[in-house]
Write a protein that binds this ligand. Structure first.
Ligand code: ATP
Ligand code: MG
Length: 201
């Protein structure tokens, strides 16, 4: 047997072994249910990932809704696109908290966004809900953690929920089915480059 043939045979055997393992794991994954996903961490890509999942769901004809906590001050590209495709949007609307510097206004806005989220999380006709940046509302205690946990756990069985934002509370991470942490290696902003349309918003 030549070296090349030998390499090919070894590669084939390795791949076959891997395929058997993957096939076994796929066969074992028989449950079907609505997932709770968390995208957290300090790196860029949390909201983009959440919106990417919404686009994926819409592409399959699923009903999707987005509640954006924190960012109300500026139009984001994904809203322009997804609203045209039937995605329900609720934007909290006070802008960044260090812009308003008014705690009472922020709390009212957070509570209103949460009331809207609750309606979505009790509606079985909504297949996927993105709660973008909700983690900050919990960090600041603008909304009640126990109520959020309760509403998440009693939502329709088939409904998927995506939560994004830095420093996600441990209790939500524990409840979630899939949790990813985006780690920052570098970010253009640190080198004085301003937020770019279509990339950052
Ligand atoms: P994106 O919306 O781009 O996916 P994100 O949701 O992961 O970002 P946020 O904390 O919501 O991150 O911040 C949104 C904005 O801040 C974006 O313009 C993003 O490029 C910028 N940003 C995200 N991470 C960092 C970072 N580590 N340093 C500086 N700016 C950041
Ligand atoms: Mg974000």
């Amino acid at each position: 047997m030549t070296d090349t043939n030998n390499d090919n045979a070894k590669h084939k055997a390795r791949m076959q072994k891997q395929k058997t393992k993957v096939d076994e794991r796929i066969a074992a994954a028989t449950q079907d249910k609505g997932l709770l996903l968390v995208i957290t961490g300090n790196g860029k890509g949390k909201s983009t990932s959440g919106f990417g999942t919404i686009a994926r769901a819409v592409g399959h004809g699923l009903n999707a809704a987005v509640v954006q906590y924190v960012k109300g001050g500026w139009a984001c590209g994904e809203r322009n696109l997804l609203e045209k495709n039937g995605v329900i949007f609720h934007v909290m609307g006070t802008g960044f908290t260090w812009e308003t510097q008014d705690k009472e206004t922020d709390i009212k806005a957070a509570q209103a966004a949460w009331q809207h989220s609750k309606i979505l999380l009790q509606d079985p006709s909504i297949d996927v809900v993105l709660l973008d940046e909700i983690t900050y509302m919990l960090t600041y205690k603008y909304i009640d953690l126990n109520e959020v946990l309760e509403v998440l756990s009693s939502r329709p069985k088939e409904q998927h929920v995506i939560i994004t934002g830095r420093a996600c509370h441990r209790a939500i991470i524990d409840m979630a089915d899939t949790v990813s942490e985006v780690r920052s290696i570098k970010h253009a902003f640190d080198n004085g480059i301003q937020a770019q349309k279509g990339i950052d918003w």
